[in-house]
Ligand binder design. Structure first.
Ligand SMILES: Cc1ncc(COP(=O)(O)O)c(C=O)c1O
Length: 443
């Protein structure tokens, strides 16, 4: 705290302490503040064009079942030959709901190997790394400026585990892994593990092509595209040769925040056993069992509506990308029709860089995030990199279609090219968003 802050504290809080009024005053004031923060958040984000590619909203039914008695409970268990060996009493219903989740994903991915205990996608990756690698091991990862999530780099979980992640070569024009150069790297380094899947994820990964040249364990990080895969609108990682899928359950898959690990039906049982032991007792103690009813509901909703939802997401992303390009934006991936996922990547260097642009757009209630592009240095990722990433999955879930995507592209133009007054634009966006408040593709 700076001097000014200290002075303000002294003026406002210390006299209250001395007079003995502090606790009750703070209670009332604190409670009022907390309520207002939540009210403001709910109102604000319902008035925004939420285009963060890693977010989504729950269906009303999934939201209703997010808070229950499970919120405060534990169910630590090992899983031995598919059976739970529970360490606590009072868990009969939480085990039942967890087994239902496992069954639903098991059927969808035609595999007995499912673990829904990782509490996020990053934790799913951590469990996988610790099960398969040991400190000092080299593995291949997409590389930060080619779209890797920080968890598979030296700056994140991989680094914390003492692993050495080597970036795989990337083809900037294709916005995809450079297969030829990657195969050379695989032959040279003979890694035990190869991580495919990324945070900047426009096109399917060349799993088949890589599989042909290696016996390494291929982990497919589907954090972003899990909903598209579930809906059958992206690649099928197991069919193409991946051994393990890790994912978040709250991005294009619109469930509660959490993670999941799936093993291919061909996966060596011993490796799956190691993964499950890495999850518990290795990493996760309580696994936020309160989210599981909501996860199961979302999975059933996705079974019924997931195909249509995924198709609409990709159609909307393509429409928005094309319109932005038509309006003069440097949209990446042009050679391949811009995108096959929920994402659109735009080089916004000419507008001041990703950070500046994302901050300006927020003033007009358009929420996107900055992202490092292949031309950037990794150091730039958290500063002012060249790109922004746009995701259409949430606005699609609220019922937006092609017409609205075109309108959104024009909002970008008015904000960034025509430099309209952002608070006037914001008012228009708030009115536009009012018509899209009901979550679709759900019970
Ligand atoms: C490719 C990828 N993997 C893992 C994660 C981490 O997922 P979570 O936020 O669920 O921990 C992300 C987050 O956005 C991601 O993009």
């Amino acid at each position: 705290m700076g001097d000014l802050g200290r002075l303000k504290m002294k003026k406002t809080i210390f006299p209250l302490f001395e007079s003995g009024q502090f606790p009750s005053f703070w209670m009332k004031e604190g409670l009022r503040k907390i309520k207002n923060i939540v009210k403001n958040q709910n109102r604000w984000r319902s008035e925004c064009l939420n285009l963060i590619a890693s977010e989504n909203v729950l269906s009303p039914l999934a939201e209703k079942f997010l808070v229950s008695d499970f919120v405060g409970r534990y169910n630590e268990h090992e899983t031995i030959n598919g059976e739970f060996e529970e360490h606590y009493q009072g868990v009969k219903f939480s085990s039942e709901i967890e087994k239902i989740c496992i069954k639903i994903f098991s059927r969808r991915f035609k595999t007995p190997y499912v673990d829904v205990r990782p509490i996020s996608g990053a934790i799913a990756n951590l469990a996988t790394y610790t099960a398969i690698l040991k400190p000092g091991d080299i593995f291949l990862s997409p590389g930060l400026t080619f779209g890797a999530h920080v968890s598979s780099t030296e700056y994140g979980i991989a680094g914390t585990c003492g692993l050495k992640s080597v970036s795989m070569p990337f083809d900037e024009a294709e916005m995809q892994l450079n297969v030829r150069e990657t195969i050379k790297l695989i032959k040279k380094l003979k890694p035990k593990l190869i991580m495919l899947g990324r945070s900047m994820f426009l096109f399917p990964e060349p799993i088949k092509e890589i599989r042909r040249y290696t016996k390494a364990i291929i982990v497919y990080d589907a954090a972003h595209v899990f909903g598209l895969i579930y809906g059958g609108k992206f690649q099928d990682p197991f069919k193409e040769g991946a051994d393990i899928i890790t994912a978040s359950t709250h991005k294009t898959f619109p469930g509660p925040q959490g993670g999941i690990i799936l093993g291919s039906p061909r996966l060596d049982k011993k490796i799956w056993k190691r993964i499950q032991r890495a999850v518990f007792p290795g990493i996760v103690s309580n696994h936020h069992i309160f989210r599981l009813p909501s996860l199961a509901i979302t999975a059933l909703e996705m079974k019924k509506f997931g195909k249509k939802y995924a198709e609409k997401i990709v159609e909307n992303a393509k429409t928005l990308a094309k319109e932005l390009f038509k309006l003069g934006f440097k949209v990446l991936g042009k050679e391949k029709d811009f995108t096959q996922s929920h994402q659109i990547i735009v080089n916004v260097e000419n507008f001041g860089g990703g950070k500046t642009v994302a901050e300006n757009l927020e003033r007009a209630n358009i929420i996107v995030n900055k992202i490092a592009l292949p031309k950037d240095h990794a150091r730039e990722a958290t500063r002012n990199p060249s790109g922004i990433r746009i995701g259409v999955q949430e606005m699609t879930r609220f019922g937006m279609g092609k017409r609205e995507m075109i309108k959104i592209a024009h909002f970008f133009k008015r904000a960034l090219v025509e430099r309209e007054n952002l608070s006037n634009l914001k008012k228009e966006i708030v009115a536009f968003r009012k018509k899209f408040q009901k979550v679709k593709f759900c019970f």
